[in-house]
Design a protein around this ligand. Structure first.
Ligand code: ADP
Length: 532
């Protein structure tokens, strides 16, 4: 009898030891607690220190903290009601929730537990096991996040694909329409019995169509450069008043004669008397895009534009373009700034467009640290506004901001001009323009010839230099010419006509810049500014 008692004690001791070993090697901790609001712990294994940061002694009988307080607040009442429901049916709890460790860090845990009842069915306590599952949870969360991102990216790619398809279909139309006019009317020009008025009319149509094609090509290339991050602002000293005048003058000529439309630059109430620091090429392009849209989408009434200075909050200069045109539904306000997006309805179908103008304007404004917005309702006209930081230049001087307004007839005495140009048609066109003003023209077919001519003839007054030429390009030719005659003005005339091309050409040391196709006024302005 005594022996069997000792055996039982020994067995009990054995299984206690086995249990202790198993509990000791488990990754989490086991507990026995009361079913009260605090989950008062009666027993907790040592691993609770790893999981919660509290020792068993601190947790037992709520000595330092109750387990309820270790549970993250947002899970407390949920866990309480889950236990309550499960105990009614003698079920097993299996829940994942967050705890706040002693060091303040939040961790995910998994709890599995069960009620322990006496033979009469009275609940005595709860037994269970809690383990840290943060690593798994975080991996799951990352996976969910990745899935969401993938889903969004997929939707974006699909949307962008649809947009691109629509853009290409539209582009084909946008190219064919002016091409049709150019080819058709240049054919008609060959007819012998043409009245001079008809001829002028055809030439104007060809001219407008060419310009339209050119701006389309510029927009497409500019947009792709923006998207690949190749464009950045180039800050210069700018006379905003002068720039607004230039914009008004150049856009007034683009209003179709069949529109009863007035383009007005409203003089500001408080006029800037000093130059500001900004990117004049981009600023002019933004204004041009907004005003051209207003002209396109307005048949009668007016297109007005102006600026206002806001000296508070670091200072900004706000530009406005207001029209009395077809207006834009509120629901389209955001999407029209996305590339390729156009509103298609009976009012817009015949007005053409690539859906790039506003996307470029928005990208430029944001690049300069500003914001663009609009107020508009369908049928009630539109007001586009954008603001850029106002950086006043302390030193006050008048700056031509890439243009000046001198009349072409200012061209005074005859000059000896060297045109470096490898393309025959381009040279013929330039010499036709220049000889109207009695200038004497020399031609160099490449950069090297240009350098040789400058070296041999010190009577040359000005060089008009193409950039892309065989043997020696315009940049290298400029360097050599400036070594021979540092003061000889050299103007770049080039088909590298995007905003950053102008920047790199000016940075190379050219005295002026004209983009092809060269307009008469543009050429005269560039030459005049050099003569002055
Ligand atoms: P595009 O004019 O070449 O189509 P934009 O990006 O400049 O491309 O403009 C996108 C769309 O926004 C236009 O197609 C037009 O539907 C709408 N929109 C832009 N400006 C105006 C305006 N002033 N009035 C009415 N609608 C406009």
């Amino acid at each position: 009898m005594e022996n069997s008692g000792a055996l039982i004690v020994e067995e009990l001791d054995d299984s206690r030891k086995t249990l202790a070993t198993i509990i000791g090697v488990l990754p989490g901790f086991v507990y026995r607690c009361k079913n009260d609001k605090d989950w008062t712990m009666i027993f907790v294994s040592n691993q609770c220190l790893d999981v919660t940061g509290y020792t068993p002694d601190e947790l037992k009988f709520n000595k330092a903290i109750s387990f309820n307080e270790v549970i993250a607040e947002e899970y407390r009442s949920y866990l309480y009601s889950r236990w309550k429901a499960l105990l009614k049916v003698d079920g097993m709890l299996k829940e994942e929730y967050k705890i706040v460790r002693k060091d303040g860090k939040t961790r995910w845990v998994l709890e599995q537990g069960k009620g322990v009842f006496d033979e009469k069915g009275k609940l005595l306590y709860l037994d269970g096991y809690i383990t840290d599952i943060t690593t798994r949870k975080e991996a799951e969360e990352r996976l969910v996040q990745k899935n969401i991102e993938l889903h969004i990216a997929k939707e974006r790619a699909e949307d962008s694909n649809k947009l691109k398809t629509a853009f290409l279909a539209n582009l084909s139309h946008e190219i064919r329409t002016p091409m049709n006019a150019i080819l058709g009317f240049s054919d008609l020009l060959k007819e012998e019995d043409l009245q001079s008025e008809q001829r002028d009319n055809y030439v104007e149509i060809i001219n407008n169509s060419g310009n339209h094609l050119l701006s389309l090509i510029n927009d497409i290339i500019e947009m792709s450069k923006i998207e690949t991050g190749q464009i950045s602002p180039n800050l210069e000293e700018v006379d905003v008043n002068l720039l607004m005048g230039v914009v008004e003058k150049s856009l007034a000529t683009t209003i179709p004669s069949d529109k009863k439309l007035e383009l007005k630059y409203i003089q500001p109430r408080v006029r800037l008397t000093e130059n500001i620091k900004t990117d004049p090429v981009k600023l002019r392009q933004i204004l041009t895009n907004l005003i051209s849209n207003s002209v396109k989408f307005t048949d009668v009434g007016s297109v007005e534009f102006w600026y206002e200075c806001n000296m508070s909050e670091g200072g900004s200069i706000n530009f406005f373009v207001k029209d009395t045109g077809i207006g834009i539904d509120r629901e389209n306000h955001r999407e029209i700034f996305e590339r390729f997006n156009r509103i298609l309805n009976e009012q817009t179908t015949n007005r053409g467009g690539s859906g790039l103008g506003l996307a470029i304007a928005k990208a430029y404004v944001e690049m300069m640290g500003g914001k663009i917005d609009l107020e508009s309702e369908y049928g009630k006209g539109s007001l586009f506004k954008f603001s850029i930081p106002l950086i006043i230049c302390k030193r006050c001087r008048t700056h031509a901001s890439g243009d000046n307004l001198i009349n072409s007839e200012d061209m005074t005495s005859s000059m000896r001009i060297l045109v470096a140009e490898d393309e025959d048609t381009n040279f013929l066109y330039l010499s036709a323009l220049l000889s109207k003003f009695n200038h004497i023209i020399f031609r160099a077919g490449n950069g090297k010839e240009a350098v040789d001519l400058v070296r041999d003839d010190d009577t040359i007054d000005l060089v008009l230099m193409d950039i892309k030429m065989p043997i020696l390009n315009g940049f290298d030719a400029l360097k050599q010419i400036k070594k021979i005659r540092p003061c000889l003005p050299v103007i770049a005339q080039t088909a590298y006509a995007l905003s950053d091309d102008e920047q790199s050409i000016r940075a190379a040391g050219f005295d002026g810049y004209i983009a092809k196709p060269i307009m008469k006024q543009q050429l005269m302005d560039a030459i005049n500014s050099i003569c002055k």
